[in-house]
Design a protein around this ligand. Structure first.
Ligand code: GAR
Length: 187
């Protein structure tokens, strides 16, 4: 059985979608959902689907090695960042080469980097009058949104489109493709 550990900071619709996608799989299991945010709704979603959860502090992620130790002990085949907002430290990146993936709600390298997450990305896309946006699934390195791209999918941005409708389009793409890309990586 291949094991996935999901990291999420917020609502967790992608985390829930991934957990559900693999719920009856004979080959892949989401073994844990970890969050840096004790109030993340992602924790509730995971718990209600029977997935173990853990909240970790900045100290244990960046300074005392506790999260790294936990991850090494859990031996995940893949670590999935699903709306996870902290930069992954170098020791964790190094311990899991090409085994950490992130989803970003735009077509990288555009609209990526520090501080570009969630609604901030969509606002920038709309303000710049882009006619197209989309999603990027990429390997994680020690820089925000810079690891090798694995997959992109696009959607149109219509004249006068508002943020809510763009968010809906992006989430639809994410929910369709993220579990499939994960499945392919683990095959
Ligand atoms: C997703 O759209 C994801 O692409 C984005 O946060 C959202 C989380 O939604 N991630 C980033 O912006 C990372 N830079 P969710 O909590 O409903 O899955």
């Amino acid at each position: 059985m291949k094991k996935i550990i999901v990291l999420a900071s917020g609502s967790g619709s992608n985390a829930e979608n991934i957990i559900k996608y693999f719920k009856d799989s004979a080959n892949v299991k989401v073994s844990y959902l970890l969050s840096n945010n004790p109030d993340a709704y992602a924790l509730k979603r995971a718990e209600s689907l029977g997935v173990n959860t853990m909240v970790f502090s900045r100290e244990s992620f960046y300074n005392n090695g506790e999260v790294l130790k936990f991850l090494l002990g859990s031996q995940p085949d893949l670590i999935v960042l699903a709306g996870f907002l902290w930069l992954v430290p170098q020791d964790i990146v190094k311990a899991f080469p090409d085994r950490i993936v992130n989803i970003h709600p735009a077509l990288l390298p555009k609209y990526g980097g520090k501080g570009m997450y969630g609604d901030k990305v969509h606002n920038a896309v709309l303000q710049n009058g882009e006619r197209e946006s989309g999603i990027t699934i990429h390997f994680v390195n020690e820089h925000f949104d810079e690891g090798n791209t694995l997959f992109q999918a696009t959607c149109s941005v219509e004249p006068g489109e508002d943020r809510a409708s763009l968010v809906q389009k992006i989430h639809a793409l994410e929910h369709t493709y993220f579990p499939k890309v994960i499945e392919q990586l683990l095959a």
